[in-house]
Design a protein around this ligand. Structure first.
Ligand code: PSU
Ligand code: MN
Length: 304
C-alpha cells in the first residue's frame, strides 16, 4: 500500500506522534465550488482545524499518487486545474494506473484517509439517493462506503437535491449510525431541519468520541454520519431554496444530465439561481463542520 501513498510531512508527523488529524475532501474544491472561493475556503478550513489544535489532511490524487495532506501549491492546483476527474471508489485504480489527477469525493476520501489511519473527516454534505432513485438507481457510492470504511464523517446532512428519506432508509439498511450533533433533526445542508429525524441526538464531543471508539473496538465496521446543522445566521430560507432546488432538479432532467455530473450541475445552477447565496451558505456550513470535526478528533485522540 505504501507504494501508492504520499503523506505530507505535517500529517506524517501528526500521525506518528498521535496528534488528532482531520481529513478533508478535494471534490468540493475541484467540482463543488468556483474559483477563487474554492481555494479561499480550502485554506480557511485548514486554518480553522489548526487553530483548534488538530492537523488538517486534504486528500486527492495527483499524477496517480494518493496524496494525504496537500501543500499550498497543490491546493491551488486542485482549485484551478481543468481536467481533474471526480473520483469515487470505482475510479481510483483507473486513475492510479494512468497517473491521472483525481479529486476525491466523500467515498474515496474515506478510503484514502482510512489507508493513512485517519478516523475523522470533515465535509460539506454527503451524497445520497437522488430523487427518483428508486427507478434510476442513482444512489451515491458515498452511502455504500459508510458500510465499509471506519470513519466519522462530519457533514451538514444531505442536500434536498436528494431524496433525504430514501437516503436515511439506505443508511439504516447498511447499518450506519446517523447522529444529529446538538439536534434530533437530520439537517438538510442549506437548512437546519430536513423534516426527517436523525437516529440519535448527541450533544457533546466526548460522547461522540466514545461512540466511535465503541463501534470500532467491537469491530462493528463502517462509518458514522454526524449531521451538524448549518449555523442559524447562515441558514437559507427553506421555501425559497427548496423551490430553487426543485427547478434545478427538473432542469437537470430535461437536459439529460446523469451520473457523476448531476451533483456538480445542481450546485453550480443553484449558485446562479440564488445569486451566490447558496455558495455563501455552503462555505459557512463547512467552516462550522471544521470546528466540530476538529473538536471530535481531539476528543477521540484523548480516548485512544
Ligand atoms: N455535497 C456538496 N458539495 C460537494 C459534494 C457533495 O455540498 O461537492 C460532492 C462530494 O464530494 C460527494 C459527491 O461525495 O459530491 C457526491 O457525488 P455523487 O452524488 O455523484 O456520488
Ligand atoms: Mn450518482
Amino acid at each position: 500500500m505504501k507504494n501508492y501513498i504520499d503523506i505530507s510531512p505535517e500529517v506524517k508527523q501528526a500521525l506518528e506522534t498521535k496528534k488528532p488529524v482531520v481529513a478533508l475532501e478535494s471534490t468540493i474544491i475541484s467540482h463543488g465550488m468556483p474559483y477563487p472561493k474554492n481555494l479561499e475556503t480550502a485554506r480557511e478550513v485548514e486554518d480553522i482545524i489548526r487553530k483548534r489544535g488538530a492537523v488538517p489532511a486534504t486528500i486527492g490524487i495527483m499524477k496517480g499518487r494518493l496524496k494525504i495532506g496537500l501543500t499550498e501549491e497543490e491546493l491551488k492546483y486542485f482549485a484551478t486545474e481543468k481536467g481533474i476527474l471526480k473520483t469515487s471508489r470505482r475510479d481510483i485504480p483507473y486513475i492510479t494506473a494512468n497517473k491521472l489527477d483525481g479529486a476525491t469525493t466523500v467515498a474515496s476520501t474515506m478510503i484514502l484517509a482510512g489507508m493513512a489511519g485517519i478516523k475523522v473527516f470533515v465535509t460539506g454534505g454527503i451524497g445520497g439517493v437522488h430523487r427518483g432513485g428508486q427507478n434510476t438507481l442513482d444512489i451515491s457510492a458515498d452511502l455504500m462506503e459508510f458500510s465499509k470504511t471506519d470513519m466519522a464523517v462530519i457533514c451538514a446532512g444531505a442536500k434536498s437535491i436528494l431524496d433525504i428519506g430514501l437516503t436515511l432508509e439506505y443508511l439504516e439498511t447498511q447499518g450506519v449510525p446517523v447522529v444529529g450533533f446538538g439536534t434530533q433533526a437530520f439537517p438538510a445542508f442549506y437548512t437546519r431541519d430536513s423534516g426527517f429525524s436523525a437516529d440519535y441526538k448527541v450533544d457533546d464531543v466526548q460522547t461522540m468520541a466514545q461512540i466511535m471508539k465503541d463501534k470500532w473496538e467491537m469491530n462493528l465496521k463502517g462509518g458514522i454520519v454526524i449531521g451538524n446543522p448549518i449555523p442559524k445566521e447562515a441558514e437559507l430560507n427553506p421555501e425559497s431554496i427548496n423551490d430553487a432546488i426543485e427547478k434545478a432538479v427538473n432542469l437537470a432532467e430535461e437536459k439529460g444530465i446523469h451520473g457523476k455530473e448531476v451533483t456538480p450541475f445542481l450546485l453550480s445552477h443553484l449558485k446562479e439561481a440564488t445569486k451566490g447565496e447558496s455558495l455563501r451558505a455552503n462555505i459557512e456550513l463547512v467552516y462550522n463542520n471544521a470546528r466540530v470535526g476538529a473538536d471530535i478528533a481531539i476528543a477521540y485522540q484523548n480516548l485512544e
